[in-house]
Design a protein. Sequence first.
Length: 241
Amino acid sequence: MLVFTGIFGCAALLFFMLTRSGLVSRNSDSGLMLAFMLGLILAGGISSTLAFLSRLGHRLLLVALGSALAAAAGIATGLAPLELAAKLLFATSAGLWVGMMLTSIGQIIIISGLIILVDFYSVFLGPTKKLLESGGKAIDYFTINLPVFGAPAVSKIGVSDLLFYAVFLGCTLTYRLRRITTAVAMTASFVGTMIIGLTLKRGVPALPLLSVSFLLSNADLLYRRFLEEPDEQRKRGEERN
């Protein structure tokens, strides 16, 4: 959490200095990018801090269920802080549980590749595209409204995006990968996706860059663990016999 506190503090200071000096207008594209960036860093920091919940094991499902109900209550009553906190907790707890259920490096690598293809299809051709075009109330249940610092507005990130953030975070704990490096890289991937979206002025999938950042942060360790898995499985089989 100290790493994210430092990153958030530096980003907030940069935002304050640029906007107060007049070099960047709060309402300009650059100002909005900086404001959105603060919200994304905050979300990544909170999710990373909640990684300790992985110790709960299968009880994470109870946390996910309770937070899902709390999020629904927040939406129904219009309590934005409750909705935000509950959705962050749901995405993190559910993602950590899914990550815990992945039993091999091979599964992790396959899922990392699949979600890239699935998210591209969903955003440009599939259900996400249809959901955004409908503009209905259902969007509120599948997105997280992050605060935009310095403006009375919110930016949206998909619940599934933060859920997979937690999945990969959980994998770093289970397989002794680079947790802090991965968390920072994945948060930076959200910022990169946001910049691309604002530049293109359209919604873009967040999971491709998220997946790539996870894989690149741990490429050597994943490769080594992948090669070691057959030997470890054989040893476990011999011990059972």
